[in-house]
Design a protein around this ligand. Structure first.
Ligand SMILES: [Zn+2]
Length: 123
């Protein structure tokens, strides 16, 4: 039979690597956040506040994006362990293998993800 079989071990590795990468990125982001840098006495120039604020906001946006990626990755890992990997969390249908190859941490099928994204965009 010619067909693609999902190599779970391999996928787990890829997804775990992604998780580590995001965790590293998150840690780096936090270290760059001017709000969280302890020694704020260094900042004395007037007018600096606005740039700190925008710097902080930029980081929050990036951080939220990373956090939601991380959540998806964690739940993909859980599914690998539970043996339900490759099934859509929403409609329970199988996720296209081609999609999983591109995005191994996907927990929704393309259709459901599009629906979720559309909802997000309508806010
Ligand atoms: Zn679905």
């Amino acid at each position: 039979m010619i067909g693609k079989i999902i190599n779970l071990k391999k996928i787990q590795k890829i997804v775990e690597n992604q998780r580590d990468l995001i965790a590293t990125k998150l840690a780096r982001l936090r270290s760059e956040d001017p709000f969280l840098i302890e020694d704020r006495s260094l900042i004395v120039e007037p007018g600096t506040d606005a740039s700190i604020l925008s710097g902080h906001e930029r980081i929050v946006v990036l951080e939220n994006r990373l956090k939601s990626d991380l959540k998806e990755i964690e739940s993909a890992l859980k599914k690998i362990k539970k043996g339900t990997y490759g099934k859509c969390e929403k409609c329970n249908r199988k996720i296209d293998i081609k999609r999983l190859e591109v995005k191994p941490e996907a927990v929704y099928c393309l259709k459901c993800e599009n629906e979720i994204e559309a909802k997000k965009g309508n806010k």
